[in-house]
Design a protein around this ligand. Structure first.
Ligand SMILES: [Zn+2]
Length: 488
């Protein structure tokens, strides 16, 4: 395989070889659901969604897991402030997160496990780590003893001695070493709690990801992803506790995306000017513009986000829309109904000068993606292709309808790998959704109550009448969803 990926563990770019030939397991750390999604929450999902699209295009069968941390100190504090329960807060914020993913075309996630639904697996890991001497119980908490694992620090490339010295010293004597981290935390009265051999408590953050990734992907899997800010301590701790527990290597490739900045400033809750809520952003900008911005540089670099950059990207995407309009005018066909090859295959341009130029840029696009998923480079080639198409379809050029269609189909194929221009109206007309979305959410909620009350006849009628209006309701194990079907 020509694909090479940068591995944080080895700090080198290496050929990509799956643990099981033909299959890929990928785990990406998801959100702690205590506040509505801002643009920073979307960076990882959009990047790893694009990575999955490319791996599938290479013929690999990919299972992608993103967890939801639905119990944590931040949730407890926020729920108290809002006068609600941790559960209800988590449900509300998770729904907002899923809406944002859907809007941005992040549709490749196969499993979204919630921490509170995996307490048994987490308790079992705690027990195993204690039995092997890597962890200890203290005052109802369980801690990982960082001095017991010789390789602690190998992901973040820090000296274990330095890690111990640099650890935040908490005003407590319950830990053996300041760098020891919590695997299980005892609960105070009124806080969410589960029974455990160490008394009522809740999981530590790091162990959730170890337990849930292994449950869905096995002890050893291919890609573990997340933002650069998670390398230490979160991923370092996940890695050390997982390998201590299983005795085998955990994830093969650790991939970290660069962080978002807003007009050059780090995104931070303590700098409110940097927090841009997705719900606000989606009212004002087409989702493709937001997605294209997040993919416009190499994923390991910082991404700068701001009004000027958004406007620039939006103008760039108009070039494509004009090309689609021109194609529709000339041929009576829609770009969106073109069917592109779902897998990577050679493209034969024949004798057509236009298709030969397009074939060259297509190759450069694929080379960029093979080089550690350089989406910024790939997007540059997409612009080259649309310029070639525009040049050759200007008045006076003699190209056949077959050539025209073949060229546009290459554009469809490559844009689809980036998750761009996948549907015409739904993702390009966000303003309408400001009212329609909440109304449909309300209808869905009422219909769910009907189903709970076993009034299936009326619930079915609601579904059928919405279907007649072009709204599809899908009942899935993790809840019901609606979708507005748009005419091609
Ligand atoms: Zn994690």
């Amino acid at each position: 395989m020509a694909l090479r990926v940068y591995n944080t563990l080895t700090q080198t770019k290496v050929p990509f070889e799956p643990v099981v030939p033909g299959k890929v397991g990928m785990y990406v750390c998801g959100p702690t659901v205590y506040s509505p999604s801002h643009i920073g929450h979307m960076v990882g999902p959009v990047i790893f969604d694009t990575i999955k699209r490319y791996l599938v295009y290479l013929g690999l069968e990919v299972t992608w897991v993103v967890n939801i941390t639905d119990v944590d100190d931040k949730l407890i504090i926020q729920a108290q402030k809002d006068g609600t329960t941790v559960h209800d807060l988590a449900e509300r914020v998770t729904r907002d997160y899923l809406d944002c993913l859907r809007a941005l075309g992040v549709d490749g996630i196969d499993q979204m496990p919630r921490a509170t639904e995996h307490i048994a697996e987490i308790v079992a890991m705690n027990k195993g780590l204690i039995a092997k001497g890597y962890a200890y119980e203290s005052a109802g908490d369980v801690y990982f003893d960082v001095t017991k694992a010789a390789e602690y620090g190998k992901l973040s490339h820090r000296d274990p001695e330095e890690l111990l010295a640099g650890a935040r010293i908490e005003p407590s004597s319950i830990k053996r070493h300041p760098g020891d981290f919590a695997l299980w935390k005892s609960s105070k009265p009124g806080e969410p709690a589960w029974e455990s051999p160490w008394g009522p408590g809740r999981p530590g953050w790091h162990i959730e990801c170890s337990a849930m990734s292994m449950k869905f992907l096995g002890e050893r899997f291919d890609i573990h992803g997340g933002g650069l800010d998670l390398v230490f301590p979160h991923h370092e701790n996940e890695l050390v506790q997982s390998e201590s527990f299983t005795g085998v290597p955990f994830a093969n490739y650790w991939m970290h995306n660069g962080l978002l900045t807003k007009d050059g400033r780090k995104i931070s809750k303590s700098d409110p000017g940097t927090i841009v809520l997705m719900s606000d952003l989606l009212k004002a900008h087409a989702p493709d513009t937001i997605r294209a911005l997040l993919l416009s540089s190499h994923y390991r670099r910082p991404i700068d986000f701001g009004p000027n950059r958004l406007a620039e990207i939006g103008r760039g995407l108009r070039t494509f829309e004009r090309a689609f309009e021109r194609y529709a005018e000339r041929t009576g066909r829609s770009f969106y109904t073109l069917v592109a090859a779902p897998r990577r295959e050679p493209f034969e341009p024949g004798e057509s000068p236009m298709l030969r130029e397009i074939a060259e840029h297509r190759q450069l696009f694929l080379d960029a993606m093979d080089d550690d998923f350089n989406t910024g480079g790939a997007m540059g080639e997409l612009f080259e292709i649309v310029h070639v198409l525009n040049r050759f379809t200007d008045a006076g050029q003699a190209i056949s309808e077959g050539e025209y269609q073949a060229g546009m189909t290459v554009l469809k194929e490559l844009a689809g790998l980036l998750g761009l221009f996948t549907s015409p109206a739904e993702r390009a007309a966000p303003v309408r959704d400001a009212l329609v979305g909440p109304l449909l959410d309300l209808l869905l909620e009422l219909r769910n109550r009907l189903r709970k009350d076993k009034n299936f006849a009326l619930a079915d009628e609601v579904r059928q009448r919405l279907a007649a209006l072009g709204v599809t309701i899908e009942d899935r194990p993790d809840g019901s969803r609606w979708r507005v079907d748009t005419e091609p």
